[in-house]
Design a protein around this ligand. Structure first.
Ligand SMILES: [Fe+2]
Ligand SMILES: [Fe+2]
Length: 292
């Protein structure tokens, strides 16, 4: 759907050299101390107002996590701060928007037990990001996490019943590296023939934020995305090295796009002006008569 980015050999070699040097200098321990400790992690609260929200969904909460990037700078034992945040928030649902690894799915396998403890009270949903398809072994991660209650939305959806209310979650393969990316197919299972068969709320997951308008056109109230790391290093020139960042919260008509700054890093264990974060979305009824 979106042409994958490909870098020159020179740029790849330069990145690899920087990464090796940062590892030798203790980059992982530095990153954990500076960005993943409970007192360093940023918790961002986003209220989402939805017209005619059923009473059961008043205060419904979704924790949004993204871009873990397990690998040279994040490994087993580094998620205590994240777990502590989730224990405080106790979200109904946890959503992961991809990029679990840096170099291949083997990076995240040692973290499977820690990740299995990071689940929502009602459900945990995930989509993959561009990095996760390296060597096409993402199925190995699915195989170990689904028994822990995670559900991977691969051009697919699931309906969650909250009392008499219904929340639809849908997600797509990564817009750059997925073999088949099917927004229509992802949403289809949620949309019955009659309007009153539709869920009260639709939350869409896409690693890349650029798929958001397509979900908006199909009735999603919220699109969760990652990929940009919020620029990772918010300095002139450096902020433009990574994927384009549309903003942390973008309103698209009746749809809100929420872009996570992510948890991990690529290239160097460095974040400047961009904290690692957990986003928590809380839903409430939109006030009536406010001009639409
Ligand atoms: Fe990423
Ligand atoms: Fe990405």
């Amino acid at each position: 759907m979106i042409a994958p980015r490909r870098f020159s050999r020179l740029r790849i070699a330069a990145f690899a050299a920087i990464e090796r040097l940062a590892v030798l200098l203790g980059g992982r321990a530095i990153y954990r101390r500076r960005h993943l400790r409970r007192d360093r992690l940023h918790v961002r609260e986003e209220w989402i107002e939805v017209p005619d929200l059923p009473a059961e969904l008043e205060g419904f909460s979704v924790a949004h996590l993204s871009d873990l990037h397990a690998g040279p700078f994040l490994g087993r034992g580094d998620l205590a701060g994240v777990r502590s945040v989730l224990e405080e928030l106790r979200p109904d649902v946890v959503c992961w928007t991809g990029d679990f690894v840096v170099h291949g799915i083997h990076n995240v396998m040692p973290l499977q037990e820690e990740l299995a403890s990071l689940v929502g009270a009602r459900a945990t949903y995930a989509v993959f990001g561009n990095h996760d398809y390296l060597h096409r072994e993402e199925w190995r991660f699915v195989e170990v996490m689904e028994p822990a209650g995670w559900r991977f939305l691969r051009n697919a959806s699931e309906l969650l019943e909250v009392g008499a209310a219904r929340v639809g979650f849908c997600g797509i393969e990564d817009p750059e590296e997925g073999k088949v990316v099917d927004v229509e197919g992802a949403v289809r299972g949620l949309l019955g023939a009659e309007a009153d068969e539709h869920p009260d709320l639709i939350v869409a997951l896409s690693h890349g934020p650029r798929a958001a308008p397509e979900f908006a056109a199909r009735g999603a109230q919220v699109v969760l995305a990652g990929h940009s790391h919020g620029t990772q290093v918010d300095l002139p020139l450096l902020r433009d090295l990574g994927p384009s960042h549309p903003g942390l919260r973008v309103e698209l008509g009746g749809t809100t796009l929420v872009v996570s700054r992510g948890l991990g890093v690529i290239g160097a264990p460095l974040r400047v002006g961009v904290p690692a974060e957990v986003v928590v979305l809380r839903f409430r009824t939109a006030p009536r008569g406010g001009g639409g």
